[in-house]
Design a protein around this ligand. Structure first.
Ligand SMILES: [Zn+2]
Length: 255
């Protein structure tokens, strides 16, 4: 059966590489992967999957299915890019904030979709029982896509689910990860010009201030020893004025 799958995927090589290249060049941010998702939806549709574009709360998620019999085998596609990694030559270090595919979600998305297409072919050709569901899971880099899908009941239909990630070696293994929690804090105050009238601002917090205050609040709620901070990020701030509103996203990993 391995030979059959390899031969089949070899036939599709050019098309699959084309899709991976297209998603690489699109390099869309988490939650805004409209075109990248469409590349995969079209591929899956072409090979006989019923595609549902957009899932609750996430317009760039999708569900592509084939068959109705048990067991139901799932594959997960990711396709979002990372900020500051610009795909252009030499641009990775210029700090221009452009998006790029650093860890290869363009390959991940196409690889998982291709695995689904190949399994469908095997089920058909060998007359096996079973169905395939390929999920488009957006916003992986911001750690929220699959959580939102889970909340709305995705994945429950599956008997088994397979995912992969590009790496510097080829291996299968059981990978364990720490639990993660995230809390978003919003600070409301009064906007003031940063140079002209800074004292007019109320409860003003800059990027660092929002993160620091967010961490204080998180530790007060959860205790010091329970979770350790993983990443802090003051968001949506501009520097030329004291913002009347800012947010901090606190991500914490389990100890
Ligand atoms: Zn990744």
């Amino acid at each position: 059966m391995d030979d059959m799958i390899n031969r089949y995927l070899e036939e599709l090589r050019e098309e699959l590489c084309g899709c991976a290249g297209e998603i690489h060049d699109l390099a869309e941010p988490s939650g805004e992967e409209y075109h990248s998702a469409e590349v995969l939806c079209r591929l899956l549709e072409k090979y006989g999957f019923d595609v549902e574009r957009g899932l609750p709360e996430q317009p760039t998620a999708f569900r592509a299915s084939y068959g109705s019999e048990k067991p139901v085998i799932g594959f997960l596609c990711e396709y979002d890019a990372l900020p500051g990694l610009h795909n252009g030559p030499g641009a990775a270090y210029n700090g221009n904030g452009g998006y790029g595919h650093g860890c290869g979600h363009n390959l991940l998305g196409v690889g998982s979709a291709a695995a689904g297409v190949a399994l469908k072919k095997v089920i058909e050709d060998k007359g096996l029982k079973g169905s395939v569901v390929v999920y488009g899971t957006p916003a992986e880099e911001t750690l929220e896509g699959k959580t939102i899908m889970l909340k709305h009941g995705a994945f429950r239909e599956l008997d088994a689910c397979i995912a992969w990630h590009p790496l510097d070696r080829n291996e299968c293994g059981e990978v364990k990860y720490k639990a993660i929690a995230s809390v978003e804090f919003s600070f409301h105050g009064k906007t003031a010009h940063a140079c002209g009238s800074p004292p007019a601002g109320q409860k003003r917090l800059g990027r660092g201030g929002a993160d620091e205050r967010g961490m204080q609040l998180f530790k007060r709620a959860h205790g010091q020893g329970f979770l350790s901070p993983l990443l802090l990020s003051g968001r949506r701030l501009k520097t030329q004025y004291r913002p009347g509103f800012c947010q901090s996203l606190v991500l914490c990993e389990g100890l």
